[in-house]
Design a binder for this molecule. Sequence first.
Ligand code: C2E
Ligand code: CA
Ligand code: CA
Length: 796
Amino acid sequence: MTTPVPHDAAPRRRRRFAALQAVLLLPPLLFVLSTVPGVRPQQGYQFLLDGVLNNLAYECAAALCLLRAWRSPTGRTGSLLLGAGLAVYGSGNVAWTFVVRPMAEPPYPSVSDALFLSFYPLAFAALVLAAHRPGSRLAWSLWLDGVVAGLAVGAVAAAAVVDTILEAPVAGWAAVAVTTASPLLDLVLLVLLAALLSMHAWRPPLGLWLLAAGLVLFVVADLSYLYRTAMGTYVSGMLTDGVWILGVVLMGLAPGWPTVRSRLHLPRWALLAIPLLSTVMALGVLVADHVWHLHPLAVGLAAATVVAALGRLLLTFREVANLADSRELARTDEVTGLGNRRALYRAVEELEGARGASSVSLVLLDLDRFKEVNDSLGHHAGDELLRAVGGRLQQFGRENGTREVVRLGGDEFALLLPSGTAAAELLASGVHEVLRAPFTVESLQVRVRASAGIAVLPLEALDASTLLRRADVAMYHAKSRGAGTFTYDVEADEFASGDRLATAELVREAIEKRTLTLHYQPKVDTGTGAVSSVEALVRWHHPTRGLLFPDAFLPVVEGAGLMEEMTVAVLEQAMDQAREWLRAGDPLAVAVNLSASSLADPRLPHRVARLLADRDVPAHLLEIEITEDFLMADRERARVILDGLRRRGVRVAVDDYGTGYSSLAYLRQLPVDDLKLDKSFVTDMGSDPRALAIVRSTIMLAHSLGMRLVAEGVEDAETCRQLADAGCDVVQGWYYSKALPAAELEAWLARYRGTPVPAAPAPDAPAVPAVPAVPAVPAVPAVPVAQVAQVAQVAR
Ligand code: C2E
Ligand code: CA
Ligand code: CA
């Protein structure tokens, strides 16, 4: 959407380029027209048409390809090779017309055959380069799909033509070799092409569709030529020649398109239909063999298709089973056996649906002297201590009505309690008590102390990440004051009647007057380094408290029933911004977050379409991010709304993927384009090797369902590199940039684009960026500094 488009600042140059292309397209089109049956007054070779125009057409297609390749910012080498292949092929034709054909006894094979065959290695190289998306590893099942489809097509083609071609009388081994070479090479081309398409989940960018169409026509024409010459029915200037030219022209048009996935794609069921259909075709060939005794090549290819299809099936089973395992593993902590962050998310979700409790608390614990133990006694002792602490906490929690005890990583534990401030504070002091007795670690007596941060949320505003953030902030206060426990109690704050009403009034005004602020965070394509879109994140300039982050006011918005209005405001402001970028000639897609409560209205897709139309903003510049819980809560409504959005061309992403219950099996039935893997997986990647394994298998499965995988919360080069390596399509996080006001984002983009982005992060070099991300990331707590300051004022 931004960089990879062959865009030219000067419209005049763009017009000149367009005119040049039109000129180059003219000869091929005229020739193709001349081969349509009924157009030519007489049949057979005519020098002006089949000698001059035909050759000109080949050369124009090659020139078109080279020209577009040269101007293309991505994949230039591959495209240039393709152009070279077309040029070589064209020159083979020229040689035939002017050297071989005029001879009294034209030799076979001749120099022109050598030139024709040289096309193949160049085309193969171009395809392989197009397949090599740097930094991405592909799901084996996708490769296999491609192989299966290619083999099946090959089997059918072989069954249809090989006998006839080989039975034609040819003399000498060179002649036989050349005659067999081209259908075989055609077959390899088809297999490679099918593999390439399946690697793009059969939803390749437009350029690849053109290349694919061109190659298929080329192969069809080639086979039809071989077949007809063998039968003795080929004459120059017949439709076969036109199809040939059409094929090379489509290939010539292939370079220089945006590398984003085309909207033009096969429906999701096609992913399965391809191996299925291929198998059916192969079985058909095997059955036909019994009746007509086909050439062994056809039978062999058909048998290979069936074997490959079986392999594909087994692999799918394994991938699904792996993912199920890793999802279970994903909720336990390796060291202590307690739940982990995701178990906590899940427990919070369960509480959201529960009745009874009116508020929920999270007691976050941080061991004060754990690092000392770890450094002086070693990791092994450290782990032993963590296990012992975990054991005591779990028992204590169980006896005191705790819903879940988890280890969040490092020396951080948390207890989730389905009750309010008083009970949580009691629990925290109990925890201090329980931890007071010394631990025995490697036969040494070790004493630990913990700091505790407590966050309390009313049930109606319950949300795991808000709870965690607030507990983090409270922990920060507890540590900085040297107090054992600090409570960040929202009920006593915005939610206390007077203050809360006043706050709600202020935020309502901001929503109505469209004075909420949007910050934009770039999403970076790992393959090209281009910024594929930006996520709009809402902020609010509170008249006295300064800039507030979503978790400081979304609960108020939610509580006051203003969520739908806010969503419309954010959508409008985001699309106004998208229109400005579009007008400035640098279109950027904007992603907007929709909370479950703003999705109550089934006419939302219609309203979104109106908002877009009012501004003349094309739908592909809007993306919608929806969390898993909404999808699960009301499946029917989710489907209606998502279908509506997708039908209008709006991209849909599932946000915070992995924290909820949704199974991929269910998601695949929904029109979802992207999966946004939750931050927690990304954060854990550095410390827990299993997290990386989970990320890998999620990426593979997402790909085999035709979705892109977006990783958020990417804070460092190492994580970024690992993600790119694992095949992640898009990354987002502070490593590149925090969310910025529009003007600052533009400045960032200008700097970012100025730096050449190595598409493939070298194994030991720093991955991409970049432009030093905005200010340094605060060490403790994991909340932007501004936000801590701002929350500190809120918290009495
Ligand atoms: P989210 O949609 O998961 O957004 C990502 C959050 O992660 C943002 O926090 C973003 O600033 C933060 N983030 C980005 N990169 C990193 C990183 O590298 N490390 C870490 N630790 N964090 C990173 P933010 O802006 O505070 O938003 C929090 C949540 O508020 C969002 O989570 C989203 O659920 C909600 N939200 C934000 N804007 C809107 C909105 O316009 N409408 C609705 N309904 N919800 C919104
Ligand atoms: Ca989001
Ligand atoms: Ca998210």
